[in-house]
Design a protein around this ligand. Structure first.
Ligand SMILES: Cc1ncc(C[n+]2csc(CCOP(=O)(O)OP(=O)(O)O)c2C)c(N)n1
Ligand SMILES: [Mg+2]
Length: 342
């Protein structure tokens, strides 16, 4: 990786960290409501993997811890924040909130609240690409607890049978809400599970972005070459509670300390400092600039944006309420069961 790319990635990860920390504050200030799942600690996962892919061209889908994945795909940092503030200018027009970030133009396909929900969708997207002979791949991010859902096993089986271009990226942060992985999962090493579907896999350190990037390059090449699905497990840790309603009281302090010493931003920063490619002053200036940009450009935009109008509140929520997506005639055909009732 070139030095310039490493510096850019350091900037992107630091931005992600500050962005999420500011979301935390906005939630405490009651500017953001509903559910909020934050990403600090896991930054090297989304950034390392998507750096090896083609964001904006490749399709990306994930669960509810989704702000940073969307931004790395090219979603506007303002429209994501406005979505969290439930404003009309949000990327889901303020109707979705934190768990439903979308930017279809950038091929970021969501943002899903249902654990296991994205697996069949990823297979469907990849099936569509394959039928059209496209070069895109679908990258499906998932958590370690999501792997216990039935949809995971059904979808991986079909993805292998049909040779679909899906890269599964498991961000193994050791916990599903407050349940440690060894209390919920018989095979703790997630990449081993997929051998049951004859899917090649790898497991690497998810805190070192250079390691993630290298492993992701191999994985992306495999999938793009038409060799079928691949499963990459990244060992990582979230620094905050599962969501804003989680007091985070179930983890050993020793464990938290161990992982805080493997902070993905600090690892990359210290490497650049040691090689003489960065100074501490430059790093601090970068940090100050990011904090200012978030406050002045992004938070202010979200605050000042209008709320959805009451007249249009039902639009964009259900397909049959949306005059733009589902013309009435088409809905009538669906209601008349022309598409079958199976
Ligand atoms: C179908 C379904 N069942 C249960 C839940 C409640 N739930 C929300 S997050 C979560 C744990 C998921 O953990 P993991 O997949 O490891 O992702 P992480 O939060 O660690 O990123 C559960 C059980 C849900 N949202 N959807
Ligand atoms: Mg987890």
């Amino acid at each position: 990786m070139e030095i310039a790319d490493k510096k850019r990635l350091l900037q992107e990860m630091l931005f992600a960290r500050r962005y999420e920390e500011r979301c935390y504050e906005a939630y405490v200030e009651r500017k953001i409501g509903g559910f909020l799942h934050l990403y600090p600690g896991q930054e090297a996962c989304a950034h390392g993997v998507l750096e090896a892919a083609r964001p904006g061209f490749d399709y990306v889908i994930t669960g509810y811890r989704d702000h940073i994945h969307a931004i790395k795909c090219g979603a506007s940092v303002k429209s994501v924040m406005a979505e969290l503030f439930a404003k009309e200018t949000g990327c889901s027009k303020g109707r979705g909130g934190s768990m439903h970030i979308f930017d279809v133009a950038k091929r970021f396909m969501g943002g899903y609240a249902l654990v296991g929900g994205p697996f069949p969708l990823a297979a469907g997207i990849a099936k569509g690409v394959k039928m059209q002979g496209g070069q895109e791949i679908c990258i499906c991010f998932l958590g370690d607890a999501a792997n216990n859902q039935g949809t995971f096993h059904e979808s991986l089986n079909m993805a292998k049978v049909w040779g679909l271009p899906v890269l599964y990226v498991c961000e193994n942060n050791l916990y599903g809400i407050g349940t440690r992985i060894d209390r919920s999962t018989a095979v703790v090493e997630q990449h081993k599970r997929v051998s049951g579907y004859n899917i090649p896999s790898n497991m690497v350190d998810g805190q070192d972005i250079e390691v993630v990037y290298e492993a992701a390059q191999t994985a992306v090449e495999h999938v793009r070459a038409g060799k079928g699905p691949y499963f990459l497990e990244l060992m990582t840790y979230r620094y905050r509670g599962h969501s804003m309603s989680d007091s985070n009281a179930y983890r050993e302090k020793e464990e938290e300390k161990k992982w805080s010493e493997r902070d993905p931003i600090i690892i990359l920063r210290d490497r650049l400092l040691a090689s003489g490619d960065l100074t501490m002053d430059a790093y601090k200036a970068m940090d100050d600039e990011i904090i200012e940009q978030i406050e002045v450009d992004i938070i202010q935009y979200a605050e000042e944006s209008p709320e959805p109008s009451v007249d249009e509140l039902e639009h964009y929520v259900l397909a049959d309420n949306d005059p733009y997506v589902w013309p009435k005639k088409k809905m009538a055909r669906v209601k008349g069961r022309e598409y079958g009732n199976g």
